[in-house]
Design a protein around this ligand. Sequence first.
Ligand SMILES: [Zn+2]
Length: 253
Amino acid sequence: MRTDGMNDEDFTEAAYGRLLAAAARRFEIRTVTDALTQGAAGEAGGIAAWRHDVDLSPQRARALAGIEAAQGVRSTFFVLLSGPFYNPLEEGVTGLFQEIQAMGHEIGLHFDAAAGGGDPVGRLRAEAEMLSCAMGSRIRTFSLHNPSVSAPEEFTQPHVGGLMNATAESLRAPFVYASDSNGFWRFRSMHEVVADESVRSLYALTHPEWWTPEPMSPAERVRRCVQGRAAAVVDDYVNLIARHRPEVLHHVR
Ligand SMILES: [Zn+2]
């Protein structure tokens, strides 16, 4: 096994299924809101908060949500409104997150405090409201995108703008933290942390785009997301022209 954290075989869907099953044997896996509410009360033993920050790929999020649902696990998927990789208000993408919600998972807001201008707390509230409308359910929690780069002081509080702050140190403190970082293991792998008997409670963060059907390098996994979306956008455009302006179709193919 490589020791630099670059074990691409660790990041397949099959490996994810095994990781989840191993975690479910040791922990009661909960949505972030449920786990942090209980964790804050000091009763976190045997509990895992299971969080996904969807930075790049709603399709990968849907795949992991399905693996979890098949194992009877519910978790929280944090949706980014201000990212360059997907648009959660786009019909097909909203549909993917609604499917995830219909499986029993929680939807939260993934918030970039540095994006856009103006008052970040006001923008947090506005984005939560917009996502609530798209999902048809109230968004109760958010996580920060790039917290070390972008977080103003007020975003260290456990509650901001009426939402639970899943990134807040004070809420995460009772849990051992494990993350898939940028598609490799920065410290210990999540597989190792889940197997460690001394870990009594766990806060697991994954980014769904890092988990693919087959082993790929981190760079290939990013290209897979970007190129998959680019091809789908072109297909949508061509199909639109084919339906409404078939006489000019040869210009756009
Ligand atoms: Zn992020």
